[in-house]
Ligand binder design. Sequence first.
Ligand code: DC
Length: 227
Amino acid sequence: MTRRYVVTVDGPAGSGKSTVSRLLARELAYVYLDTGALYRAVALKVSRSGLAAGDRAGIAALCGETTVTIAGLDGVTRVLLDGADVTELLRTPEISMLASAVSAVPEVRQRLLAVQREAALTGGIVAEGRDMGTVVFPGADVKFFLTAGPEERGRRRWLELRERGHEAGLGEVIEDVVRRDHQDSEREIAPLRPAEDGIVIDSTGKTVEQVVDEMLRAIKDKENRVL
Ligand code: DC
């Protein structure tokens, strides 16, 4: 049987969505799309340009003359910013906060829409972000919304940062995560929220494997209903 579903995974920072989405894609032999990386690439450009995070008009104009393309979907979403691979420069605390600010600018979201949809044209994709099930792929076959308590999300993000060699205080990372979620949930355009037809999974206290199993079961259920 060849199923080529579009599966979406939305959720706040540190909910574990990157890890489970990557694993889920591997289990299904689908491609994995990390859409946060696209917003991070625009944030990197904004950072390099010296524009302030609050300069929405400046950011909109800059974005208009920026090309963001996806270079690889094999476990890691490689991103080209104006033709240069910037993938390794995107996962710093500064770029995280700036990506959140940049993502509230409508022109930026509009600009990145086509890139995301193009990646899913053939189906067989696990797309991860904030508005996958609500805005980018409203017709997705299976939609998940992953949550976890703020402490746990902060701790996960803190561990991830340490693994990458960024030393930061745990309290500070938790605060950052909460602030970013607030920003992402309260913005006017494409706010972070579960899709009406989405399956909400609270990953607090669950292992990655347990969450992935839950998702695989939901996808199987869908297949059985369709057959
Ligand atoms: O998933 P992430 O932490 O890499 O995302 C970085 C920021 O990008 C996040 O704070 C909000 C924004 N983002 C978004 O607005 N929509 C998406 N689909 C993905 C990310």
